[in-house]
Design a protein around this ligand. Structure first.
Ligand SMILES: Nc1nc2c(ncn2[C@@H]2O[C@H](COP(=O)(O)OP(=O)(O)OP(=O)(O)O)[C@@H](O)[C@H]2O)c(=O)[nH]1
Ligand SMILES: [K+]
Ligand SMILES: [Mg+2]
Length: 367
């Protein structure tokens, strides 16, 4: 019997030999949707071989976690030890690290967990090595460092990206602005606010048909591709994660070569071994994590700048602030007085739903 991997290969081969035009777009849409479903099957297998697994999942600490992904011996563990002080075995042979090694860094008052991971190889997402378990851990992180060795071909970058993408991770990308509302009847109606240059209605209908979604309103507000549409249908198995490319071992290249590396977007050239430019990597990490420090000011006293409450931008209301201190605070909450970027007047009285900004100062008034 053909395995899922074989079926995927067959469909990919068929797509490669089908030219895209008006007559084939329905067929291609169908193939794309079939492919996406098979890949999902591959990622959620029955029984053994799935995500997580012994030694891979570790207890989560801190406000956010950063996973290290890369080929073997690019310097992930060296970087880990450099950043966190937590020793992670590093050596010149491949697959030195065999499990997740957690460490922690305190940055701008925020505890951030670092997860050093085993090296992955091409084909990891399809079950080569323990790549699937490794990528499954990365998929739950708030940020991924893709560590690359600058002495190796830069094509490695694309290979790693493909591995992550094949696992449902979307790198440095927002979810596509497509809304799908299911209905009981009436067929498929498609509206778009801008001219669609990548897909036509036939292709969209082929995909919806393949997913047995015969009745729905689809509203598209971006120049979407067919993959974007499938990502929205498969939203549950997609993770949108920011990535920084840590371009390691710059001690081994010339200044001219280094100049070229600075042109790569979302990248930070470093030497983990010598600690070069690791501060810059930490600054970029802070920007990408988009965390918010909120300082508490007891009534009538100075704010406490030594220990901010750190919130994620996805959960940064006054209520989130209260809950992150103690769950009983909310019961006695009357009003909050806030200074900082989130308010027009300094200070301003706000309620539980108010969204806090980085470096706001807050006083909670109890009933
Ligand atoms: N020249 C140079 N060598 C480095 C640097 N960082 C790490 N190395 C060397 O690269 C080799 C591999 O380093 P590791 O930290 O074990 O690499 P890894 O990515 O964790 O490897 P695996 O756990 O096997 O996947 C070691 O010999 C390190 O000393 C660096 O910045 N410059
Ligand atoms: K190694
Ligand atoms: Mg290692």
């Amino acid at each position: 019997m053909a395995t899922t991997v074989d079926k995927i290969k067959d469909i990919e081969a068929e797509m490669a030999k089908t030219q895209k035009n008006k007559a084939t777009s329905f067929h291609l849409g169908q193939l794309k949707a079939k492919l996406a479903k098979l890949k999902k099957e591959l990622l959620t297998p029955q029984g053994q071989g799935g995500g997580g697994g012994v030694g891979f999942d570790v207890a989560r600490t801190g406000v956010a976690s950063v996973g290290f992904i890369g080929f073997p011996s690019v310097g992930k563990s060296t970087l880990m030890s450099r950043i966190t002080g937590q020793h992670s075995e590093a050596a010149a042979y491949e697959f030195t690290t065999l499990t997740t090694v957690p460490g922690q860094v305190l940055y701008n008052g925020a505890k951030i967990q670092m997860l050093d991971l085993p090296g992955i190889i091409q084909g990891a997402k399809d079950g080569k090595g323990r790549g699937r378990q490794v990528i499954a851990v990365a998929k739950t992180c708030h940020l991924i460092f893709i560590v690359l060795d600058v002495n190796k071909p830069l094509t490695d970058k694309r290979v790693i990206e493909t591995e992550l993408e094949g696992f449902g991770i979307r790198i440095n990308k927002q979810p596509p602005n497509i809304k799908i509302n299911k209905k009981d009847k009436g067929g498929i109606s498609i509206t778009s606010t801008i001219n669609l240059t990548h897909i036509d209605n036939d292709e969209i209908k082929a995909v919806m048909n393949e997913y047995r979604m015969a009745n729905c309103d689809i509203s598209i507000r971006c120049d979407a591709t067919i993959d974007d549409l499938i990502d929205v249908i498969e939203a549950k198995s997609r993770s949108y994660i920011p990535v920084i490319y840590a371009l390691n071992k710059i001690d081994a290249i010339s200044i001219e070569e280094l100049d070229l590396l600075y042109r790569i977007p979302n990248a930070c050239p470093i030497s983990a071994e010598h600690g070069w430019n690791v501060d810059e990597l930490m600054e970029q990490m802070w920007d990408k994590l988009n965390l918010r420090r909120v300082y508490t000011k007891p009534k009538g006293r100075m704010p406490d700048y030594s220990a901010p409450v750190v919130l994620k931008s996805t959960a940064c209301t006054v209520e989130d602030f209260c809950n992150s201190i103690h769950k009983t605070i909310i019961e006695q909450f009357k009003i909050a007085i806030v200074y900082g970027r989130s308010v027009k007047h300094q200070p301003q009285r706000v309620g539980l739903t108010h969204l806090l900004e980085d470096e706001d100062i807050i006083t909670i008034i109890k009933r």
